[in-house]
Design a protein around this ligand. Sequence first.
Ligand code: SAH
Length: 212
Amino acid sequence: MMDYDKARERMVAEQLVSRGIADEKVLTAMGAVPRHRFVEMGLEAIAYSDRPLPIGHHQTISQPYIVARMTEALELEPDDKVLEIGAGSGYQAAVLAEIGQKVYTIEKIEPLLERARSILDELGYDNVVSKIDDGARGWPEHAPYDAILVTAGAPDVPQPLMDQLAEGGRMIIPVGDQTLQELIKVVKKNGEARKKKLGGCRFVPLRGEHGW
Ligand code: SAH
């Protein structure tokens, strides 16, 4: 029987702390969420390895470091309302839910969300609300959001998401083509988008009207 707690502890030390992730909230959250529960059946033993993993339907759960990097860049506070586009396995949503107050997550592929939902429920993440939709339209009923995280590569920042970002809110989104993107941080200041580049990344493409 594999010691998942130990594997997770090592992941935090060797993949996150050593690469400069310093936000205690992020380190605590990633030390708490059982990543092995979110990966595909049969891949539990490599759940804490330094790589993305397949979750079926040609989608992936991001490498732990990328999850940490994006979460840290969101600068979350405990009372934040967060919107995630691309629930996938539900892992990132769980990490966000450990730190923020409420997480809204949207997924396009129904069976993925069904599985994510059942694991999140089993683990007691009742502050994660989810739905099936084209996430690039956002979730206007609950806007504005203090933080928005897009976990699929987009050609540009979708305007509905910009509109639903609170004043002072942060959005992290991979922008580029279908194979390579740049991680962009958008901060809304006086109603305007201030953008900063955080480095190259590789996400699955965002599908739909504002995607590919
Ligand atoms: N955050 C996920 C990883 C997501 S992979 C995790 O922690 O596991 C990207 C996900 O975005 C995929 O599940 C894909 O189906 C979804 N996706 C792609 N385009 C989308 C869209 N327009 N709206 C909602 N989800 C989308």
